[in-house]
Design a protein around this ligand. Sequence first.
Ligand code: TMP
Ligand code: MG
Length: 289
Amino acid sequence: MIRELSNPSVCMRDPQKVQEILESMVKAGSNTVQVISDFDMTLTRFAYNGKRCPTCHNILDNSDLISSECKEKLKELLNTYYPIEIDSSRSIEEKLPLMVEWWTKAHELLVQQEIRKDLLAGVVRTSDAMLREGYEVFFNRLRDHSIPLLIFSAGIGDILEEVIRQAEVFHSNVKVFSNYMDFDESGVLKAFKGELIHIYNKREGALLNTGHFQELRTRPNVLLLGDSLGDLTMADGVQDMENILKIGFLNDKVEERKPSYLDSYDIVLVKDETLEVPNAVLRYLTENK
Ligand code: TMP
Ligand code: MG
């Protein structure tokens, strides 16, 4: 049905179910579809030429806005908590308080650095941030078909927005839920705004934003993109959901994590640095009515 679903990176536990969801969504029409996507390591690349690409936090952590002493501490946090994030032998319940600890400690360190708002654009411009191959087609097709895209990220909203703005894909159909920086009147970071979004509380984040989902209530068909099992709850605020197709990028610790990804994502993309499959799904949804 979709040629790209035979790509070597594609794994599906139940291809028949995927086909049924797609057929049902095509029948309903692309004007009933909304897309909800994670950002780091989902819309951005995990690696390029064998080298890891940065998350929103890493973009800032690696910049010259951060002192070398603070860089060391942030690196220590990453080395402690990232292995926990991707550890398939621990349950989400076990990981949750540790993830809160990671985000809280990292944000405390960032706030101590007196980061200036006006320097963020330059930091992003000189960083190694990279959207996945095919991102132009992805963002532009959604804009051309007026399909709303919600980017739901536990990263840093200010950095994320700058990445997509500089890539010239921050179109008017894009909305972002994330952790935003709060600056004082002289433009220096003093805190993070609102409720913290971390990797395992996206459900709570979604439920705090009922207004957004209320506006989109005529779009009960959801395409969800993520790279973590925490991303599966991003659509929990969607009203009267009819169909959901979940596409998961499995970037790291592939063999250990594959069974759980196959259990929870309809389509699992193993070490696939492109948006080829999501783009093929969107092409199918927008060209087949
Ligand atoms: P996402 O929801 O957009 O994927 O963002 C979450 C990612 O951010 C998650 O994979 C861990 C990563 N992260 C860092 O790289 N450094 C940090 O200091 C923190 C708190 C998170
Ligand atoms: Mg992610």
